[in-house]
Design a protein around this ligand. Structure first.
Ligand code: GCB
Length: 606
């Protein structure tokens, strides 16, 4: 299992946290002068007072693209610079001070007080570093971040650049084939935190359930950083804070706790008390009993298993009813937005969804925490989408994105599977070898969860399926193919799902289907883009699914998409992708009520 994780910054008896979110100074370096920030040493200057360059205020966390009235900033390609001042209390002098970014898209370089501190590639994933030696305690400090959104053939995801001629001269254009806007900036919280020099550096928990389904087993492995050997104490608390198991002060960093009559973690609608969480209280002590560090890790006790026909939670076969989603909202783009996040969970519960896929990149830790808590199952996808050109350097980065994802999400009960890519071109031999490598890498890091990939290529040409534990397929019947032909959906869906199962003898999920729908457009009889058409397109799929559900191996249905979202500008998109059940402002289209009926009905059969 991936050791050396990245724990979420948390306050405790031994840890303090300070948020650096808010308004930062912001400057854009133009294409004509890409490297100006480096040549003029912006990281050593106050970027709100640069000569010749206009600076502005930018909210963090947020995408920067839609904040201003300037289309050049919206469509900017290359570097932007962020900076802010902050104080570090004197009292932190005797601790380690760490700086952590929830995510920066796409690549980041960070300076503290003008000193180069850290860098990170790949958006949507956290990174951190101890910055104590760069800090002035009890005084003002400043942090500068250079953020680059350029996507190339060897970035995850892939993109390409081209230079074009405009009326104002040359400019650089970013192209990419994935279907969501390439939002950029400091997308998630920036946290400064202090922890002791001897600290708990990682917690890995693998839970199991006895055959009698009464005893929960919590296998744990704790890593710590220290110059001397320390003792680790673990205690398991239930949701009311009562101790239900402990290691009896043995001090080992590895072991198992047994919980008689454990309350298992169950998905939403599968149990009256879904998403039950325990807290693993981890304490680090000196042999003399002095408390060095404390961390509280939420865990859920559950067991995931799979066969060639099903996916099981605590021994019960799962049927996934949900959607593909996006982190996307008006103005802030992909910036963490708690109101939107809460609203989305309320809508998921309202509509009766029990699962979603983090299409097409890892979602914020705050979103994942709530999935754990509400019992919403997650297929956790890495940021690889639409891969076309396979190379060794890409493979290395692709593996790295999974390593970082698993480090971050390995303890989450809500994560029931890893999705190693969305819609790569899986028809070549090379793609087969490539995904064999990626799947092996993932399995080596975590063998407790099944692996999938959302396939778009046809059944007979695909070369990736043999490496997966279940097949997810995306297909747009009566939309991209046979548009308007609602009466062709059933046969196509049934025969394709069956063909996937026959080819690979594995469980099958329909991971995307749907059609763009303009809210308020009514055309009867159902006509493409109307609300009536979306209702009927989904209904025809439901009929196919009901047929398929008689076979055990059909394990779920995910509508594309939960809500409308912004995309690159193209003539097929009216203000973005409109396949949402909800509008971008989260109001229901007619189809949402229809889906609600189905999902509630399915839930009653569980
Ligand atoms: C797909 C992609 C998704 C798109 C969707 C569409 O197959 O996986 O990212 O948004 O189709 O609506 O075209």
């Amino acid at each position: 299992f991936a050791k050396c994780g990245i724990l979420y910054p948390q306050e405790s008896e031994t840890r303090e946290v300070k948020s650096l979110d808010g308004l930062w100074n912001f400057a854009v370096s133009s294409y004509y002068n890409k490297l100006i920030g480096f040549s003029e040493h912006w990281y050593k200057k106050d970027i709100s007072k640069l000569e010749h360059i206009e600076s502005m205020l930018m909210p963090v966390p947020s995408s920067y693209n839609d904040i201003t009235q300037n289309a050049d900033i919206r469509d900017h390609v290359g570097l932007v610079w962020y900076q802010r001042a902050f104080f570090v209390p004197k009292s932190w002098m005797y601790q380690g001070v760490w700086l952590r970014f929830g995510s920066v898209s796409y690549a980041a370089q960070v300076w503290i007080n003008g000193n180069y501190t850290m860098n990170h590639e790949i958006g949507h994933l956290p990174f951190e570093k101890e910055i104590s030696r760069f800090i002035k305690f009890g005084e003002e400090n400043y942090v500068t971040v250079a953020c680059d959104n350029t996507l190339l053939p060897d970035t995850i995801p892939q993109g390409s650049l081209r230079e074009v001629q405009t009326e104002n001269g040359k400019k650089l254009m970013q192209s990419y084939s994935f279907d969501f806007f390439n939002y950029a900036g400091i997308h998630r919280p920036v946290t400064l935190y202090a922890k002791p020099h001897s600290f708990i550096s990682d917690i890995t928990v693998i839970t199991d359930v006895d055959d009698d389904e009464e005893t929960g087993i919590v296998n744990y492995n704790i890593s710590y950083a220290s110059n001397i050997d320390l003792l680790v104490n673990v205690t398991l608390l239930d949701a009311s804070g009562n101790t239900v198991a402990s290691d009896d002060g043995l001090g080992y960093n590895e072991g198992a706790l047994y919980v008689r009559f454990a309350k298992l973690w169950w998905p939403y609608l599968m149990h009256p008390e879904p998403g039950y969480l325990y807290t693993l209280l981890v304490q680090l002590l000196t042999p003399q009993g002095e408390l060095k560090d404390v961390y509280r890790q939420k865990i859920g006790i559950r067991k995931i298993t799979w066969t060639n026909t099903s996916l099981l939670m605590n021994g019960k076969p799962l049927y996934l009813q949900g959607f593909g989603k996006h982190e996307d909202a008006d103005i802030r783009g992909k910036g963490l937005d708690l109101p939107t996040i809460m609203k989305d969970y309320n809508l998921i519960k309202w509509i009766g969804g029990n699962a979603f896929r983090t299409s097409h990149y890892p979602y914020a830790e705050e979103i994942m925490d709530l999935a754990d808590k509400f019992g919403i199952m997650v297929i956790d996808e890495c940021p690889s989408v639409d891969t076309e050109l396979f190379s060794l350097s890409l493979l290395e980065k692709h593996k790295k994105s999974l390593t970082e994802l698993i480090k971050r999400d390995k303890n989450r009960p809500s994560v029931i599977a890893w999705s190693i890519a969305n819609e790569p071109r899986t028809q070549s031999e090379q793609a087969g070898i490539y995904f064999g490598e990626v799947a092996n890498h993932t399995r080596n890091l975590d063998s407790t969860r099944p692996i999938t990939l959302a396939v778009a290529r046809g059944v007979y040409e695909d070369k990736s399926g043999e490496h997966l534990d279940f097949i997810s397929f995306n297909r747009y019947n009566a939309w991209y193919s046979n548009g308007g032909q609602l009466d062709m959906i059933q046969n196509y869906v049934i025969s394709e799902a069956s063909a996937w199962h026959e080819k690979y003898n594995k469980p099958v999920l329909m991971s995307e289907y749907g059609g763009d729908t303009m809210p308020g457009l009514h055309i009867h009889p159902a006509y493409i883009w109307s609300e009536e058409y979306q209702v009927q397109l989904l209904s025809k799929h439901f009929q196919a699914f009901d047929h398929l559900r008689r076979q055990e191996w059909f394990i779920g249905e995910f509508i594309w998409n939960f809500a409308d979202f912004k995309t690159a500008q193209t003539y097929t998109r009216v203000g973005g992708n409109r396949k949402g059940l909800f509008t971008r402002t989260r109001q229901p289209k007619t189809a949402a009520f229809h889906v609600r009926k189905r999902y509630m009905h399915l839930a009653n059969q569980m």
